[in-house]
Design a protein around this ligand. Structure first.
Ligand code: SAH
Length: 245
């Protein structure tokens, strides 16, 4: 099954962009996902093909017109979740990414200027999504980010079937720190336990490191994680073949 991304943008030439290389690029060529970038300006109706106008109430910049956005959106086949990239949206999470990746695709509306006329969100079923508390110049990079996060989870995209499950956030924690050869570099060695070959010990060390780092670096995540732990048991807790905890 192909995961279909339809992106509505004033800069459709930005797609697939960086998603045309590496893992996502190969998956694109293999037909595991596809992208259809739609030029919003094609749906403008006046003779200047305008897509934006000055903000009602005054102020700097321009606002994307609801009528033009709606015409562009209505041209896209229904049936897939419609997302709009906006800093006013709910912050994207790995859980949401996983749910989207399990579906048949997404339609993504990319803003520019000061954003979109609010009435578009009242008139159409649109999920507003932010990728973090900072301001980009347009929604395209945010859409690329969201798509990248989804695409790597599609069946057949990542090498080892399990490699998606161990990452930061999948367990509710940050991932443990990683090391590779050389065993000594600039006088620094790799934690001895990682070279012990004792898989139970390694697993325990990684678990402990993940907890320490999450507590120190992301007290917000840690609090949520601990909150979930005191709630009833444990289906949601991390499980794998040799987890003895
Ligand atoms: N005036 C707006 C920001 C507009 S930035 C405000 O203060 O809320 C222009 C466009 O970039 C937005 O419409 C949105 O599509 C995109 N964008 C900027 N920051 C973003 C973020 N953190 N997450 C998702 N999209 C973002």
């Amino acid at each position: 099954m192909t995961f279909v991304a339809t992106v509505l943008s004033l800069y459709p030439e930005m797609f697939p962009g960086p998603l045309g290389v590496s893992l996502a690029g190969r998956a694109l060529r293999e037909g595991l996902w596809s992208v259809d970038a739609v030029q919003i300006r094609d749906f403008a109706t006046d003779k200047h093909r305008s897509v934006d106008d000055t903000p009602a109430g005054g102020g700097a910049g321009m606002v994307m017109r609801a009528d033009v956005l709606a015409a562009a959106l209505d041209s896209v086949p229904a049936g897939r979740p419609v997302l709009a990239m906006t800093p006013r949206g709910r912050t994207l999470s790995q859980d949401r990414v996983r749910a989207l990746a399990a579906g048949t695709g997404v339609t993504i509306l990319c803003g520019r200027f000061e954003g979109m006329d609010e009435r578009i969100f009242e008139a159409r079923d649109i999920e507003q999504v932010s990728i973090g508390d900072y301001i980009l110049s347009g929604g395209e990079m945010a859409a690329l980010t969201l798509l990248d996060a989804c695409i790597r989870l599609l069946p057949g995209v990542m090498g080892a079937a399990s490699s998606g499950m161990d990452e930061s956030f999948e367990t509710g924690l940050l991932e443990y720190p990683q090391y590779t050869r050389p065993a000594e570099w600039e006088g620094r060695t790799i934690p001895e336990v990682l070279r012990s070959g004792d898989h139970a010990k390694i697993e325990a060390w990684r678990r402990a490191q993940a907890e320490i780092d999450t507590r120190l670096r992301r007290p917000d995540l840690w609090e949520r994680h601990e909150g979930a732990r005191v709630q009833p048991p444990s289906g949601a807790r991390r499980r794998n073949g040799n987890d003895k905890s």
